[in-house]
Every structure is written in C-alpha cells, then in structure tokens.
Write a protein that binds this ligand. Structure first.
Ligand code: SER
Length: 315
C-alpha cells in the first residue's frame, strides 16, 4: 500500500484507521472520503473529499486524481439500521461495494472491505464457528455481507483484483460511536458506566457474541493488506475475534474498576433476534495460519483502556 483511498472514513473504523494509516504511510498518501464533513482530524488532518459511494463516476474521479493503489471500502449501513430500512441497506451496501470493486478493477488497485459475524445465521455452528461453514443469515445486513464476500472472491478469480477481507466481530472503540449495529451495547455500556454508573442492556443476559477492541481491528486490516499474497488461501473473508462475551461479562469487567456499577435489562426484540442468529464464538485459525493474526486486548485490558480514554474524552 502506497496511496490509499478510504470510503466511510468518518465512521467507527475509518476515523481510527485513517489516522493510523497517515502515521504509517504519510499524511498525503491517505485520501479520506465520506458522504459528509465533520470537525474531525480525518477531514482536517490530510486529503479529504466528499463522496457518496453510490456515485461511481465521482469515486473513480477521486481515485484517479490521487492515483491510489489501494481502496479500503468501509462505507456501509450496520445491522440494526439495515433492518429498519432494507432497501436503503441494499442500495448502499451492495451498489457501494460494486462501485468500489469496479474502481479497483479499472485502476488495478488492492482492495479491502470488511465482512462481519453478521454473515452467519441461525443454522451456522454456534461455537468455534469454522472459517468455511454454513452461511444463511436472516438479516438484510447478513445477506449483504455474504453477497459481498462472494463478490470480492469473484473479482479476484475473474479479474485478478487483489481483494482481501475479514469478518469483524462487534468493535469497541472510544473515538467514534458505531452507527446502529447489534453489538453497539458493548460500546454504550462504557459511556453509561462513566456518565451514570449504570446501564440498561438491550441484549439479554447470557447472549454471547464476539467482540474486539479497535486497535486490534485496525492492526488486523494493515497486517492483512501487507500479507504475502501467495500465503492467502481464503482472502474474503477471514474470521477474526478477540473476546467472546455476554453483557454480564462486560458488567463484571467494568465492576473490577468501578465497583458501584450496576446493570439491568430491557431487551430489544429486534436486536436480540439478530444477536441470537449470530455465533457465540468464531474460530480464527485460518487468519492465524495464513497471515499471523493475533489480538492483543482481552476484555480486562480493553476495559482499562476504554475507561481511561473515555474519562479523558468526557472530561
Ligand atoms: N457490529 C456490527 C453490527 O452489530 C456487526 O458487524 O451490526
């Protein structure tokens, strides 16, 4: 990667990935784009362009203007939002991805886009979910993710585009909040723990899902993109995870540092149903074997860092 174009750069992943990539590859070599502007280092700290990813001509124009050799396509609607507006999700998630892949084909760039644990469904094996397994998701987001994985494989096999991807678990971060996912509770809980000392979880007790702290997610993207192509058997999309946790695991981790913290439940049936259709824990052996994936943050280390950084942020 020498000159990188990022879509959805103001989102939860993009806002941290952009900064990190600018540190490593040079400020001018990372072109951030998003559908809106914001008061953010993503916009002010380097090249930035407004881009609606459903606008293919504009995406191609920007990619040509900066002569990028890598496209990192992050713009997408998350699971709960997609369930509220399936047509919008299809249009943004699928047409946006098609456009980004076409740009990559046209300019012969490397390509990354995230898939998700949402690419699995109720009849997927729930524990240590294998890399290659049944994928019959029951959400629009999951349908988009499976189609996206296949489309990326197709562009590699058919056109030789160097596509790579991971299946992210729920991502926990303090810079930018996630935009309407099922796993968002695991971010909200930290904000509420500091602001109110309590949290009402919309996900039921005992519901296990995979989670990861953002620094591990950002490193995984960079490591995979820099991995030797010859060693990649899977490409789209590698299972990766750091922590398999339920709401009460977060409660316990937070209580170690804020003993007064309390939690109760008011389950949201829509998001609970989505959560129950996803794995309890996924197996990342392929990512480890093929490109050396390793997460550094377990739930306690993540909790310590999250609370520290959020304390600074919230004053
Ligand atoms: N965090 C995402 C969501 O909940 C999963 O990819 O939608």
């Amino acid at each position: 990667m020498k000159k990188i174009l990022i879509t959805g750069a103001l989102g939860q992943i993009g806002s941290e990935l952009t900064t990190k990539l600018r540190e490593i590859y040079g400020t001018d070599n990372v072109v951030a784009t998003d559908i809106r502007e914001a008061d953010s280092p993503v916009v002010t700290g380097g090249p930035f362009e407004i881009l609606d990813v459903t606008d293919y001509e504009k995406m191609l124009m920007i990619a040509k203007k900066y002569q990028v050799d890598t496209v990192i396509h992050l713009a997408a609607l998350l699971s709960a939002k997609a369930e509220n507006n399936p047509q919008l999700a299809w249009n943004l998630n699928m047409n946006g991805l098609m456009n980004a892949l076409e740009v990559a084909r046209e300019l012969d760039t490397k390509f990354f886009t995230p898939s998700s644990i949402g690419a699995f469904g109720p009849n997927t094996p729930k524990d240590l979910t294998p890399q290659d397994t049944i994928q019959r998701p029951t959400t629009m987001y999951g349908v988009n993710k499976v189609a996206g994985e296949l489309l990326c494989d197709y562009y590699y096999n058919r056109f030789g585009v160097d596509t790579r991807g991971v299946r992210f678990p729920g991502l926990i971060s303090y810079v930018t909040e996630p935009g309407g996912g099922t796993t968002d509770y695991a971010v909200e809980i930290y904000y509420e723990a500091l602001k109110k000392g309590s949290y009402t979880s919309y996900i039921a007790e005992g519901t296990q899902m995979d989670m990861m702290y953002m620094p591990d997610a950002v490193n995984a993207i960079i490591q995979l993109m820099e991995a030797d192509s010859e060693k990649l058997v899977h490409r789209n999309a590698f299972n990766i995870t750091a922590v398999s946790a339920s709401p009460e695991d977060f409660e316990a981790a937070i209580k170690k540092q804020l003993p007064e913290f309390t939690m109760d439940y008011k389950v949201d049936p829509v998001r609970q149903k989505i959560a129950e259709s996803w794995p309890n824990s996924i197996d990342c052996a392929a990512a480890k074997d093929e490109w050396g994936f390793e997460a550094k943050y377990d739930i306690d280390k993540m909790t310590t860092d999250m609370l520290e950084k959020l304390r600074e942020k919230l004053g």
